[in-house]
Design a protein around this ligand. Structure first.
Ligand SMILES: [Zn+2]
Length: 517
């Protein structure tokens, strides 16, 4: 019997170790791949592509062709499979313009026929004209940010993927578009003459201008074009101050538009426009290469996640009707909760003192007087957490006060308005993200507020259970509180960053010691 028990224990230990190792191995290739992307290599790519020698890479020009040759050399070095016309990397259009295409084929027997298209345009505006440049015209426009940065990012991601040895389940089609600056010509040509069946394209990602990361903001435009896209694009791997902005509006300003028009969930990754946009001063010296490294590592991770995901976002036609205005309406926070107290108080040298009392209110009726110094709430010396105690109490609080001219402390029972606040969180569902909710109100001093939750945060899981709708999540939380759980664990996303938040349902422990008044 005893031996059997030991065996069972050993098996448990062994299987636990195995799971841990599998997890570590899984992370290992990604970590290796991520760290193989360096700002140094990104700088090399941008340095070549944004050199004066390439004369601004206008589609069909000498410089454009030189840029294409550089990209093809890199694709060959990575031993990528050509996916253009007749077994080459190129797809010609309008004479001398050319898209460059390469593929990493998926390995899953069923999913390999599906494609994730990842593209970046490599052309720019050459010497600039009144039509395509803010001037001065007639000078080389190097387009270091627009879009040597996107091309460099894609090249580095390809390199990292190839060298990691990771085999994605779905196929990844890499596209270096030409003629974007002339009206998305390259991607539109591809859409007319696709090199893989259009309906095999499940997601399209466009990388355009990622060289000017500022204040940590990476814009991930278009998550609302696919159901559950935002959740898929959120991560816990961003470093430093980096965060993701998820604008609702999708514009026809780059190649993602071509795919969006074809009802394909589409994204554009972008770090913002600036004063050098479409001017000769968009140069390599102004590129934030550390920022590009961050963007490239993020893209690599997300690409693998999309390629390997069990389910991918379905196209949301409703995205076409969504505007910044409808966003404002949808995401509007709830108004603040009215106070449960009908007296005002404030801290005087760190201790709460009653200031004003509503005439004919509960507190007046209970005998509270302005100037009373609060010593304890519900028998606890909760000096700094009086508001939390007020929220957590059911229908009244016992206040122990000291009144001027009265020797003994007085205990008063003060009725409270409204109902007890156990969590202090309100939320609403979002049809673009089924099985998740977003926060519409956090009551100050509540457990939710103390845990650092904020309006607009997204909640993806409760105690490890995900895919909960608005009502389900409500029921789940309600049940946990009824079972007198002391803590609820939430998976929270704020501005693209995923984290686990432990919400303590207990009142904070007051530091003991000198609290004499
Ligand atoms: Zn561009």
């Amino acid at each position: 019997m005893r031996r059997l028990l030991w065996m069972v224990l050993w098996m448990l230990v062994l299987s636990a170790t195995r799971v841990e190792r599998a997890g570590a191995a899984e992370n290992l290739w990604l970590e290796t791949a991520r760290s193989s992307i360096t700002s140094h290599e990104l700088r090399n790519h941008v340095g070549v592509l944004a050199d004066d020698m390439l004369e601004g890479r206008e589609a069909g020009s000498r410089g454009g062709h030189a840029a294409a040759r550089y990209i093809i050399t890199r694709l060959e070095a990575a031993a990528l499979k050509p996916a253009g016309a007749h077994g080459t990397f190129t797809q010609r259009f309008q004479g001398r313009s050319q898209n460059l295409l390469a593929v990493i084929e998926g390995t899953d027997p069923e999913l390999r026929s599906e494609h994730i298209v990842v593209g970046a345009h490599y052309d720019h505006v050459g010497y600039g004209t009144r039509r395509n440049s803010y001037g001065p015209w007639g000078y080389i426009h190097n387009g270091a940010d627009d879009n040597a940065s996107g091309v460099a990012t894609l090249l580095e991601v390809i390199d990292a993927l190839v060298h990691s040895g990771h085999q994605p389940r779905r196929s990844l089609l890499f596209a270096f578009w030409d003629g974007e600056e002339k009206g998305l010509l390259g991607s539109k040509h591809w859409m007319r003459q696709p090199t893989v069946p259009i309906d095999s394209v499940r997601v399209a990602i466009n990388i355009d201008m990622v060289g000017r990361l500022t204040k940590g903001r990476i814009a991930v435009i278009g998550t609302r074009t696919g159901t559950g896209f935002r959740r898929l694009m959120s991560t816990d791997r961003l470093t430093g101050e980096t965060w993701l902005d998820y604008p609702w509006e999708v514009k026809d300003n780059s190649d993602h538009w071509t795919f969006y028009e074809a009802n394909i969930p589409s994204l554009c990754i972008h770090t913002g426009v600036h004063e050098d946009y479409h001017r000769p001063s968009d140069d390599v010296e102004k590129i934030n290469f550390e920022g590009m490294q961050e963007v490239s590592r993020y893209l690599l991770e997300q690409l693998c996640e999309l390629a390997d995901a069990e389910h991918l976002p379905e196209f949301r036609p409703a995205a076409r009707r969504e505007t910044p205005e409808s966003r404002k309406q949808t995401e509007a926070p709830l108004s603040a909760m009215p106070s449960r107290l009908d007296f005002a108080w404030q801290y005087v040298s760190g201790k709460p003192v009653v200031e004003q009392i509503l005439l004919d209110g509960h507190a007046a009726e209970a005998g509270l007087v302005a100037g009373d110094r609060i010593l304890a709430v519900n028998g606890r010396p909760l000096m700094s957490e009086l508001p939390a105690a007020v929220l957590a109490s059911e229908s009244e609080i016992a206040l122990e006060v000291r009144r001027e001219g009265v020797a003994e402390a007085i205990v008063l029972s003060v009725p409270l308005r409204g109902k007890q606040i156990r969590l202090g969180l309100s939320w609403r569902s979002d049809e673009a993200e089924p099985g998740a909710v977003y926060v519409t109100r956090v009551i100050p001093f509540s457990p939710a507020a103390r845990a650092g939750l904020e309006v607009h945060d997204r909640i993806y899981a409760v105690n490890g259970q995900s895919s909960l709708g608005q009502q389900e999540m409500f029921g789940r939380v309600q049940k946990l509180m009824d079972e007198e759980a002391t803590e609820i664990l939430l998976q929270v996303e704020s501005r693209g960053v995923l984290r686990e938040v432990a919400v303590s349902l207990q009142l904070p422990v007051e530091p003991t010691g000198d609290s004499t008044l």
